[in-house]
Ligand binder design. Structure first.
Ligand code: SF4
Length: 401
């Protein structure tokens, strides 16, 4: 386990100019800047996303591999006024302000990397007094890692709202992934959360820069930003519905081309203007991830997905795939004849089990539930929607009873 002291010790061996009060690396700084990333999500609730210690987090790659990242702010000083954030200028209980220098942060990262504690860096930041200056230092950190220390690990750089096109381009050339936090579902929700950021020009316009520069550079066949652009939203801070959030996310996937959207259930923090607002349940975040999965992986159409929302546009704490199946699947599906996409719509059948069904039935017909179970189908969920051997042996009503 990597303790804070261990991180400090590794960093200390680098002999920085900027030492803490005891002559060693300042563990308060490591801890504060690590904890300051609590609003930045690097993994969904499908995976354990708790940071075991300030500074180290676990994320999952697209192929399901767990990677450890050094997750930190460059600085926790910020002039923005996001009403849920403890780093914000309008928070009355702010931690002491700290900043790294690019050299210091690059050395800590490379020490942890060479000691096999991490596989990459997740670097976010407050905007400082001047977001251009902070963005430049974040880019400089990445440049030192890549060019001076020959760092070949993973880098995820947050792009600060309002960053210049040049800084974004440099960040894209050095990082595996960049992201700008969308935070809110619309400009009006953003106004409710933070009066100092422009939704259109500080955030959406910067996302378009990334999209356009990535496609321009890709035309020259250079590999750039292999892990793409992502974004994240705070769920429920401004009273927005799940449907409003999801419509925005659809826009992000279709028009901006983000690889992933991340969701973070609003949790009130002491000293912030939103400290008395109601915390949002984690299940709300989890159900949004399931909806996201249905759209990205199962290729459900927005017209189908919208049936999971209630009349007020909120999700229930129930599997949205089941809710959609109850709405759409009047007739049971025969696994011997159903198209792949039809199979995917059956609760309890995922892409892998659907593939196995298609492969199996090419050789012989499926005649028993046990065969489906062996193919990975969660038969208790699937049975009410299936007809095997001409029989549907469990009705939806029986299943619900
Ligand atoms: S921009 Fe907003 S969310 Fe980010 S650190 Fe500043 S106040 Fe916090």
């Amino acid at each position: 386990m990597v303790t804070l002291e261990k991180i400090a010790h590794l960093a200390e061996e680098c002999r920085f100019d900027t030492m803490g009060p005891t002559g060693g690396v300042d563990t308060e700084k490591l801890s504060t800047l690590g904890e300051g990333t609590r609003h930045d999500v690097c993994a969904s609730t499908f995976s354990p996303r708790e940071t075991p210690l300030p500074g180290i987090c676990h994320a999952f790659t697209q192929d399901g591999r767990c990677v450890s990242l050094f997750k930190t702010l460059y600085t926790n000083h910020c002039t923005h006024q996001c009403s849920y954030c403890t780093n914000a200028a309008n928070c009355s209980r702010k931690a002491r302000a700290f900043s790294y220098t690019p050299e210091e942060l690059a050395k800590i990262t490379i020490s942890l990397y060479r000691s096999n504690y991490i596989e990459g860096l997740f670097l976010s930041s407050g905007a400082g007094r001047d977001e251009d200056a902070i963005m430049e230092k974040m880019v400089e950190t990445a440049r030192l890692l890549r060019q001076k220390h020959a760092f070949s690990g993973y880098i995820h750089l947050k792009v600060l709202p309002g960053s210049t096109r040049d800084h974004i381009k440099e960040a894209m050339a050095l990082a595996d992934r960049v992201s700008i936090n969308l935070e809110a579902a619309s400009a009006s929700h953003m106004n409710e959360i933070c009066a100092t950021k422009s939704y259109e020009s500080d955030i959406l316009q910067r996302q378009r820069y990334i999209r356009d520069m990535k496609s321009e550079i890709s035309e020259t066949s250079e590999t750039i930003l292999p892990a793409g652009q992502t974004t994240q939203l705070v769920v429920g801070a401004a009273g927005e519905s799940d449907e409003e959030i999801f419509k925005r996310v659809l826009y992000e996937y279709k028009e901006i081309g983000v690889k992933r959207a991340y969701y973070s259930a609003f949790s009130p923090q002491r000293g912030t203007p939103f400290e008395n607002r109601e915390a949002q349940p984690l299940w709300r975040e989890h159900r949004l991830y399931q909806m996201d999965w249905l759209f990205r992986v199962y290729r459900f159409q927005p017209g189908e997905i919208c049936h999971a929302f209630n009349d007020s546009g909120f999700l229930y704490d129930t599997d949205p795939k089941m809710a959609i199946a109850r709405e759409f699947m009047d007739l049971p599906v025969d696994p011997n004849t159903a198209a792949f996409q039809q199979l995917l719509r059956v609760p309890g059948i995922g892409p892998r089990s659907a593939q196995r069904i298609v492969a199996f039935r090419k050789k012989q017909p499926i005649v028993a539930k046990a065969e489906l179970t062996a193919m990975g189908v969660r038969i208790k969920r699937a049975a009410p929607f299936l007809k095997i051997n001409g029989w549907r042996d469990t009705t939806l009503e029986m299943w619900q009873a």
